[in-house]
Design a protein around this ligand. Structure first.
Ligand SMILES: Cc1cc2nc3c(=O)[nH]c(=O)nc-3n(C[C@H](O)[C@H](O)[C@H](O)COP(=O)(O)OP(=O)(O)OC[C@H]3O[C@@H](n4cnc5c(N)ncnc54)[C@H](O)[C@@H]3O)c2cc1C
Length: 388
């Protein structure tokens, strides 16, 4: 990963998976990432191609057709993919960290057989539908209602901001199972395994985004959608808690995405500063440029160190609620800052689409917003300071 040296102590297996992801990113993503971004094109063939590598079952045990990777290996893959195409990285992060982990933690044997195993093999893409138009940071205020009717639940409501919701074969959707008379707040929310193509299921507005343009973000509309009762996940009233548990892991995925983006911006800036000449010499010879590149390298390294410290803690089985928020906050703010500096290194050429730093800058911003904004990460970190 020139120009920064690898400082992590990695096993041969971890180095191998890192190399596999890097090679895939260079050969299969790098030639297309700019065009996919320009055209807001979601490349559907990536689902089966990433599935063939095992990248859609990274955290799933081998008995469920997964790769059973440790957290460090998983995040190394996300970092390498994000360093080339952050849109593909978010697809991997959402699928592996959120719906797959929810099914793994709470699914019955039959639900794992029907949904988790095909997801791990790359036959079905998984999405996560928690947010709604009026329920973002305050996600437990969601309004989508699930009402029991015989052997099914009938779902009504609109989920917003669903990453690749229009391409998913399985959607983990959170809906209320309490009623206005029996409101139970966060404990009135259950999780459902929703499959598209049923009467009452439709895809609504597709967002026209600043960045991550090759990752579609859509509304999903449930209009008297019947979901068989055996497709409720786990216990009634526990869905919000399951979602929060998976987001704790998801935040590490987004932190890895941000580290990949920041690292790539640094690499491009280092190269450009050696090539670009002004006043008769490469701009890297100006001290102001050297200090800028040094600060970028320091910030990328700091964020990487925190990310993999959190992953190591996760692999040890330690609680990581605070650490995963610290990793996400550190990495996302690093990515936004480093990509801004990278554009400065490129001058006017950083402001146009000829070089990828402009895309990295647009892609970095969302890492400060989704899976909990930076403000919400600070709330989580502060709350944990007083937890006994
Ligand atoms: C590209 C993209 C993909 C996404 N993918 C998914 C997905 O797959 N599934 C899904 O369920 N959701 C998804 N989301 C939704 C995302 O998680 C929310 O956008 C995010 O949680 C913020 O919610 P909001 O946009 O409603 O902002 P709001 O909650 O309205 O926040 C607006 C501002 O107020 C601040 N704020 C809010 N509450 C507080 C507080 N208590 N203290 C201090 N500041 C506060 C926020 O930090 C923010 O700065 C996605 C979003 C985007 C942009």
């Amino acid at each position: 990963m020139a120009p920064l040296r690898e400082f992590l102590t990695l096993s041969d297996e971890q180095r191998e998976i890192q190399r596999l992801a890097r090679d895939f990113a260079q050969t299969e993503l790098a030639p297309h990432a700019a065009a996919w971004d320009r055209e807001a094109h979601f490349e559907r063939s990536l689902i089966s191609r990433l599935g063939a590598l095992g990248f859609l079952g990274m955290l799933v045990p081998e008995s469920d057709d997964g790769m059973a990777l440790d957290a460090v290996s998983y995040l190394l893959v996300l970092e390498e993919i994000a360093a080339v195409d952050a849109s593909t990285a978010v697809m991997l992060s959402v699928h592996n960290s959120l719906p797959s982990r929810m099914l793994l933690a709470h699914g019955t044997a039959s639900q794992r057989e029907r949904f988790l195993r095909p997801m791990a093999r790359g036959e079905l893409l998984g999405a996560f539908a928690l947010s709604e138009a009026e329920a973002g940071s305050d996600a437990s205020a969601l309004r989508t209602q699930a009402t029991r009717d015989g052997d099914a639940y009938v779902l009504n409501g609109t989920k917003s901001w669903v990453t690749h919701g229009n391409n998913a074969g399985v959607i983990l959707a959170m809906a209320r199972t309490d009623t206005p008379e029996t409101r139970r707040g966060a404990r009135g929310i259950s999780a459902f395994i929703v499959t598209p193509g049923q009467p009452g299921f439709s895809v609504g507005k597709k967002e026209d985004k600043m960045g991550l343009r090759a990752s579609p973000t859509v509304q999903l509309v449930f209009d008297n959608l019947r979901v068989p009762a055996d497709q409720m996940l786990g216990e009634p009233g526990q869905g919000f808690i399951y979602a929060l548990q998976s987001l704790e892991h998801g935040r590490l995925g987004i932190a890895a995405q941000a580290v990949g983006i920041g690292r790539a911006a640094l690499e491009h800036a280092v190269r450009y500063a050696a090539e670009r000449r002004q006043f008769g010499r490469p701009i890297r010879e100006f001290e102001a440029m050297q200090f800028k590149l040094a600060d970028m390298a320091a910030r990328v390294t700091q964020a990487r160190a925190v990310l993999y410290a959190a992953a190591t803690a996760k692999d040890r089985g330690d609680p990581i609620q605070q650490l995963s928020s610290i990793a996400k906050l550190t990495a996302s703010e690093m990515a936004m800052w480093v990509t801004t500096q990278a554009i400065q290194v490129f001058g006017g050429y950083g402001y146009v689409k000829d070089y990828p730093v402009e895309r990295f800058f647009r892609d970095a911003k969302v890492t400060e917003i989704y899976e909990g904004t930076s403000e919400i990460q600070r709330l989580v970190i502060a709350r944990e300071l007083y937890a006994s």
